[in-house]
Ligand binder design. Structure first.
Ligand code: C5P
Length: 229
């Protein structure tokens, strides 16, 4: 497993804020996550700023579209040299397979990860969409579809990591948000797990935002987390 297990969620919206933040993130332990807010605000410049700082980029745009469009978006991400990108498993196996297959022709191949059930989604929310399964079974089902489509792994809650690790083996990449060190505020996350427990549960990469980015001293917050691990 890589030493860079912390993926810092760079949830800011300007190049200035981003530059200030990345200057305080050591690439020895961390990678960077660029999400919809940042990418929609400043576009591929966000990727360039992270790369200039020596940070690998997880482009978290959660693509979900017809197979052709989704695959071409994933290919465009690959051509920006990102380390990881993702698609929604609910786009179906044709979409996931198309995304994986298009990468085979690329000189740089990012890790391709499936989003299972968003952690903000409740059992009631799933029912409303016409899904009969409970949240856990739906996560397992989507993870199976991602695995069978040849994806490299999934985004899931660290509370689900142990189960998925047992089902899909050591090479299936598990990326887990909702991470909170015991000393940090929970914010709006509900199903939280500490960094140490997430790794013990089998998580490969910990997505951590506000405990680092909202700290007055992001570098110190990272050092504390690394020490705990
Ligand atoms: O600040 P915090 O640590 O809660 O940030 C978590 C990051 O992970 C945010 O960018 C959020 O959008 C993302 N995320 C999440 N839950 C998911 C998927 C992504 O919190 N299920």
């Amino acid at each position: 497993m890589s030493d860079q297990r912390i993926i810092v969620a760079l949830d800011v919206s300007t190049a200035t804020e981003l530059r200030e933040l990345v200057a305080q993130i050591p690439n020895t332990h961390c990678r960077a996550k660029i999400g919809k807010e940042l990418f929609t605000s400043i576009g591929p410049l966000a990727i360039e700023i992270c790369h200039q700082a020596g940070l690998d980029v997880f482009l978290d745009l959660k693509f979900h579209d017809i197979p052709n469009t989704c695959a071409k978006a994933v290919r465009a991400a690959a051509r920006w040299g990102v380390w990881m990108t993702n698609v929604h498993c609910s786009g179906g196996t044709d979409m996931m397979r198309a995304a994986r297959e298009i990468l085979e022709g690329e000189s740089h191949r990012p890790l391709l990860i499936g989003v299972t059930v968003l952690t903000s989604m409740s059992a009631v929310g799933l029912q409303e969409l016409g899904v009969e399964r409970d949240v856990e079974s739906q996560v397992d089902h989507f993870a199976r579809l991602a695995y069978n489509s040849g994806l490299d792994g999934v985004v899931c809650s660290a509370q689900e990591a142990q189960r998925l690790r047992e089902s899909f083996g050591k090479d299936f990449c598990l990326v887990t948000p909702g991470i909170r060190p015991s000393w940090a505020a929970t914010d709006d996350q509900t199903r939280i797990v500490t960094p140490k427990d997430a790794i013990a549960n089998g998580s490969d990469y910990l997505v951590i935002g506000r405990p680092i980015t909202a700290s007055d001293y992001p570098e110190e917050a990272i050092a504390r987390i690394v020490q705990e691990l």
